[in-house]
Write a protein that binds this ligand. Sequence first.
Ligand SMILES: [Fe+2]
Length: 203
Amino acid sequence: MRSSAIAVSSPARTHAARLPAEITERPVASALPTRLRPADLLRLTDEGAEDVLAGRYDHLLPDGGAWPADNRWAVRLLADEEVDVWLISWVPDRSTELHDHAGSLGALTVLSGALSEFRWNGKELRQRTLSAGDQASFPLGWVHDVVRAPDQFAGAADPSNPTLSVHAYSPPLTAMSYYEVTGHGTLRRSRTVLTDQPEGDVK
Ligand SMILES: [Fe+2]
């Protein structure tokens, strides 16, 4: 019995031993779509938030601190082949709609004000409030709706006191699907759009 067990495993070992060293020693390629991990994206958004607060992106911000009051606004802070980093300002009652981030991982850090996130947990939408300093990461398949939190969380609706967050996506966003919750407690995908804009098309 003992020798039989060895005999079963030996062909594969023999085959592997015949492969050229440049193949057997090649690192196993990751099945994930990006080299970056959620912790990397959280760090990038944290650094982006710090840089915004330190004034390093002032040249990209609205003139005179006049944050748009009617629509979400976004500007890309960094972009390369691996990751996009965005600053988003949020306004009341303009939710992203329920969406995913297609093949991208994501993360965010809230700089000021607060966001309400409604995440689909497979059975229902679960709400949480993300306040200034809070972070969240979004693995593949994360479906959520994000909106500026009511002003008791976000602070007075003062244009000089905007609700701001920094987001990172890796690989850079290429598409998003939108969903609706059916009466049967399931999600139905309503549309998919090709986009590189964060958190829904910013008008
Ligand atoms: Fe999102």
